[in-house]
Design a protein around this ligand. Structure first.
Ligand SMILES: Nc1ncnc2c1ncn2[C@@H]1O[C@H](COP(=O)(O)OP(=O)(O)OP(=O)(O)O)[C@@H](O)[C@H]1O
Length: 411
């Protein structure tokens, strides 16, 4: 029997990753990975962290580290959570750890730090890193393979560029009914400050978002990006009493949350998991007209035509009667973005839209975002730690952390 070594394994989004991971952890791996079959393994993934958070009252004592031990894991930023969860995994004394896209949602500095921790850990524990993007190959691991089918056979990595364009026609479908918003300024923040439990998070934020702009919001993990988004979409009570204007109205001047939300198309990666019921792709897209999770209203012929046009645009019309939850992650992601822009909302917020996608699907999502930008007057706020070469935002709003709360800089 060969001894287990470290592996970087590149997977496309078409692969049934869950089965692949289960095979390894249950001692049923084949081929070069069979060396892990008699060893004790543990999974490090965003899902494992989410499950952990659900059980945090049960487990918190086991992973408390440092001065923040009284805080729940759920209140830590992505980078902090991963660091703490890695320590928990190491404390279980496994022979190997499967890292499922460990760098997702991490800022540049946290990626470097996590890669360093993995390198140190690798002297004691074997690593199987599963990734979707070439850029995430860990350089200290020399066994690099890719998997192209659900037979899970390891093959040598090909470095072909992904140029296959899916969006062939220009022009995006019209909304069924335009949303009336004529003012130039959508969002205005003047000296906005937010604290949690007396801990300052953002300080004196001045940010004006106007019609037709394309912003990228950046900043290290925990700098307050989600906090700002929750102010914009009207969800956060921290907006009251601040000089914050959302779509022409001061926050707290008697507006309803619906009045704010009708102007916003919102996409975040975790929204996909809300669509667990048996809805077809077409029904899921149409639900965007009604802002519901699933379709419970009867769509008009016009709305159905518009959904058809969008499906044609993203090359998925032939899949319209397929169950949404059976589609690949990349297909689901494109469909969810379309769902959020169906009504041409004045403001589109895309929160890490390419996280967890393989290189090919990243190209597709970037094409779709570029098309939205070129063909409509929608304003886009795009949040990502990665700079995508195919996307060119007009402006960047960067949060710069400090002990008094992050300040914001327009670049
Ligand atoms: N409900 C809460 N109670 C206490 N602290 C919180 C709460 N929500 C967020 N925080 C803290 O506020 C800070 C900013 O969090 P936020 O999620 O806005 O950062 P972020 O820039 O979006 O991070 P990431 O890139 O990791 O998603 C973090 O330190 C986080 O732990």
């Amino acid at each position: 029997m060969t001894t287990a070594s470290h592996w970087n394994i590149l997977l496309s989004n078409q692969i049934n990753k869950k089965n692949f991971i289960e095979n390894i952890l249950s001692g049923n791996a084949v081929g070069e990975l069979a060396a892990f079959n008699d060893l004790k393994g543990i999974l490090f993934s965003d899902l494992a962290i989410d499950i952990f958070i659900q059980k945090e009252f049960q487990y918190l004592e086991l992973i408390t580290v440092g001065a923040d031990s009284h805080r729940k894991l759920s209140t830590f930023s992505s980078g902090q959570r991963k660091k703490k969860f890695l320590q928990y995994c190491i404390d279980q004394k496994p022979d190997f750890i499967i890292f499922d896209n460990p760098m997702d949602h991490l800022d540049q500095a946290s990626r470097i730090e996590l890669a360093e921790s993995m390198k140190i850990m690798a002297t004691e524990i074997k690593i199987i890193q599963l990734i979707n993007r070439h850029a995430d190959l860990l350089p200290f691991i020399s066994n690099n393979r890719q998997i192209n089918s659900d037979s899970f056979v390891l093959e040598n990595i090909s470095h072909e560029a992904h140029e296959n364009k899916i969006i062939t026609q220009s022009g995006i479908p019209h909304p069924a009914q335009a949303i009336e918003y004529k003012q130039k300024v959508l969002i205005q923040m003047n000296n906005v400050c937010v604290s949690y439990e007396e801990r300052p998070i953002v300080k004196n934020i001045n940010w004006t978002i106007q019609q037709g702009e394309f912003w990228q919001l950046i900043g290290p993990n925990g700098s307050g990006k989600s906090t700002l988004l929750s102010l914009i979409n009207g969800d956060s009570p921290k907006g009251y009493g601040q000089d914050l204007h959302l779509f022409g109205r001061k926050k707290g001047s008697g507006e309803s949350v619906w009045e704010i939300k009708k102007n916003i198309g919102y996409f975040a990666t975790n929204m996909t998991s809300l669509f667990t019921r048996n809805h077809t792709l077409e029904q899921m897209i149409l639900s965007g007209f009604f802002d519901s999770i699933g379709l419970y209203d009867l769509p008009t012929t016009l709305q159905k035509n518009i959904a058809d046009q969008w499906l044609e645009l993203i090359g998925m019309k032939h899949l319209k009667n397929q169950m949404f939850k059976r589609l690949s992650v990349g297909q689901q992601r494109l469909a969810m973005i379309v769902r959020s822009v169906l009504k041409h909302p004045p403001l589109v917020i895309l929160d890490e839209p390419v996280e967890g996608l393989d290189d090919e699907n990243v190209v597709m999502v970037c094409q779709l975002i570029n098309l939205l930008k070129q063909e409509s007057n929608m304003t886009i706020v795009y949040v990502s730690h990665r700079i995508e070469p195919n996307l060119a935002p007009n402006s960047i709003f960067e949060l710069i952390p400090s002990s008094e709360g992050s300040t914001g800089v327009v670049k």
